[in-house]
Design a protein around this ligand. Sequence first.
Ligand code: ARG
Ligand code: ZN
Length: 882
Amino acid sequence: MTENNSVKAQTIYLKDYRQPNYWIDQTELDVNITPGLTHVKARLKIRPNKSLANEPLVLVGEGLTTHHIAWNGRALGQGDYAIKGDSLTIFLPLSEGWLETEVSFNPEENTSLEGLYRSRTMYCTQCEAQGFRKITWYLDRPDVMSVFSTRIEADKIQCPILLSNGNLIEAGELEGGRHYARWYDPFKKPSYLFALVAGDLACKTGSFTTESGRPVAIEVYVEPKDLDKCDHAIDSLKRAMAWDERTYGLEYDLDRYMIVAVDDFNMGAMENKGLNIFNTSCVLANSKTTTDLGFQRVEAVVAHEYFHNWSGNRVTCRDWFQLSLKEGFTVYRDAQFSADMNSATVKRIEDVNVLRSAQFAEDAGPLAHAVRPASFIEISNFYTLTVYEKGAEIVRMLANLLGVDAFRKATDYYFSTYDGQAVTCDDFVAAMEYACAKDFSQFKRWYSQAGTPEVTVSDHYDADANTYTLSFTQSCRPTPETEHKLPFHIPVAMGLLGDAGSLKLQPKDFALSDDADNTHTVLELTEASQSFVFSNVFEQPVPSLFRGFSAPVNVRFNYSEAQLIQLLKLDSDEFNRWSASQELAVIAVNAALQEPAAFRVSEYWLEALSVIIDQQLIEPAVIAYMLQVPSVSYLHDRSPQHDVLAIYAAREKVVKVLAHSLENQLTTIACCYDANAAYQVDAASIGRRALRNTALLLLAHAGVPSASELALGQFRSANNMTDQLAALKALIVIDESDITAEALDEFYQQWRHEALVVNQWFSLQAAVESEKALTRLEQLTQHPAFQWSNPNKVRALISVFSNQNVTGFHCDSGAGYKWLADVVVKVDKSNPQLAARLVTPLTRWAKYAERGRTMRQELARIAAQPLSKDLFEVTEKALKAS
Ligand code: ARG
Ligand code: ZN
């Protein structure tokens, strides 16, 4: 495979975009599956694009053996066409007509998990972004939209179920134990939304009736052993369908909605029209085997793929540079949905944690790219946190700048104007401008400039004039494609807090205009430096800035500890109360870094937390997050001059101090809080479990003697996966070797027939911080349940180790880096997409000073091998960084 994979890399630029010179109005596929060889006949209705000069038709294909090519029924001869590398050029002058091709390939040997491949007992497809070209010769680009009909033929016993997009038209028996099915999708779509599944699958059904009365049959296809894990996905889908009708006025448009669960899958899931294909980890759930986070993830991903039916499928992307048009918008939509179904504050905290600890790092690293990138070598490398999560933040800022009604007006306009078309991020913003008569030309820099803006704020209180001035400056570090950044348009949601002790005002926030109720406002920063003056401020206030994380920026304000504690106690914005607690944790970690032996943790912070726990006025899940010290990754970004292992050690110390100081309350929570409640998966129950398990884990960290017994008791008596896994995690932290090893073994024996639970078991162990971490990891890769060909398993061990196991991965010998490099080279030979993701931690070498040199050497060692396009792009860009 190495030779095929190491293709000469070619950079593709947004500025070079031009329309295709032909359209394909209809696509008729005939897919004939036999073990080891699949034949595909394609009939394509071709139409020249009149706005372009007549040029030869050039189709793209990868790894295809071509048997036959014909134009309007006449076989093409030698001089009529040429196949060179991945392209098929037809030299005949073409008017409207039918092009026919017949090709074959072997899905069983397709380990890239792109195109048509085999996963365990089934054949399935993944065509986004450019996998369709592994199925047939095509104009495999999203602005070519076609009506698809698909005939599938296979062995009846091996593949009793045959699925493709749209509606089932016909099915029947054939000779020799074979059978077929014909599917027709009435909606024009780009090839990346094509899907096909053939296998021996069981089906769980449900139904939904749309607002306008259309009955929709819901079908979830799984391996028979997983039939007991479909209900949550079906319920989530129904909730998502109803929510999208309510919130966006959007209905489902086919008679059937199918979801197939596949074990070997590179990503989370795929929104193929009418036939979503899901990673088992994002669709299967039941209370025995799935954690609370797992349940919420299934709900979110099912909704995400459903929402794509409009934001992605009905209105699609003109080219892959516009990926965030569908992904950013759809992530925003699924976040709104999750916030509505569960807790808005908790969802916001979770999303901001991802941004701060992972997306910011991407933006600061050598692979930083704009939400709408200007160029790429391999588009698969751009399914990133930046395109998805930062893209969603852009939509969120727009939605907040417009307000609910105007935003709805804008999305109505967007969906009705562009229905059936392939459009751009500019078109999306134009729809926003249409609805509110604002000019977003500066705002659009969020799409084109990479990097996380840094906003530095200072204040001045004038006691004589009763005025308060906030001065903002914004800047953004250079990123690979852009040295100098122009100012961003940054919404700052904010309020001013008075001192609760002396201030008699109700609410406690200062009014920000003549209207006393107006205690919250949104400032719009547009300049590099800008000041805002507030009058009638009768004492020095504490500014509550970027409420709800109103923009994806790093904020620098020199808060005193006392001010942060006031925000933590009194801010009307719950998100900022959490954020203040995080900031206090950062201060404590920095103190531990400065003076490891004798540092101090603010007793006021600890006391405020203690009061918050006692009062129980904030929902338990938010309290749980307040008790969590920020990730090493985030702390490292905040204190880049310190070594990562020192940061890890300092963080551990702060966690211990926190746990010791709250020991009594945490013990009460860990043993008694909601302990005997019947198991339910609603947001409130999930939140209570989160608080109880956070308490348990903190006690384990603190080495409190009772923690061991508590954890073991919970491990044995738990009636759900969340509590059992949390207890196991605590036992690992406590690390009384015999007990921990026994529990790990017991857990494996109990769950060894549940692949997704075994993955959790792998992850837990890959994250165990110790000098022996690498040895343990190596042993786990030899475990009979581990499989290099399954991305979930590879991620469970390798990604968890290299991203979360700080002391193991960054051990002084450099063995962690070397090991990862070897793994990456090995995986690249079978699955380039996966390899290009696994290598990420090494690309961040520049953050790691001395260690970084070793990391870079390992990268260079990788780069010296013959590589796939995917891995080549990532390593090359990472090596260029300084
Ligand atoms: N569109 C899918 C989703 O976000 C992801 C597909 C990713 N595919 C890939 N080859 N990177 O829902
Ligand atoms: Zn998506």
